[in-house]
Design a protein. Structure first.
Length: 135
């Protein structure tokens, strides 16, 4: 019983820095400390390399800085971990659109729509993108 309690305590001690870093990055993001938040996500991802949410959040921050290729890499990493993460696919479409890579953007948004057929946001983005390309 004592060994089990020690193992649980050790597990909790190891989880605390991870949780602290993730929450710190979220707070920095909300306060628009973008560069600091990206650095904090970098540190968090060293500890938790399979966090699709951290890759997504970091990618979103990079997208806000117009670092399109870096953002796309993060969104793709999120998709490698969680293949049905349609939000990441949607963000890739947005990044490609902002780069004026319209054919890629259209392919990406259609993939996002296939992943989640009920997402209102994806459906609206798809309709807007298709209308923009037609005009």
């Amino acid at each position: 019983v004592v060994e089990g309690a020690q193992a649980a305590a050790t597990t909790n001690e190891l989880a605390r820095p991870k949780l602290f870093l993730f929450n710190l990055a979220l707070t920095q993001e909300k306060l628009y400390y973008t560069a600091a938040a990206i650095e904090t996500y970098d540190k968090y991802l060293q500890l938790v390399p399979k966090s699709h949410t951290a890759y997504y959040n970091r990618g979103h921050l990079k997208l806000s800085q117009n670092k399109f290729d870096d953002a796309i890499k993060d969104f793709e990493s999120a998709l490698e971990i969680e293949g049905r993460f349609f939000d990441a696919q949607n963000e890739i479409a947005i990044a490609h659109f902002r780069q004026k890579k319209y054919a890629d953007a259209l392919k990406d948004i259609r993939t996002a729509a296939e992943i989640n057929t009920t997402s209102k946001i994806v459906r609206e983005n798809k309709n807007r993108l298709e209308a923009c390309i037609r005009s």
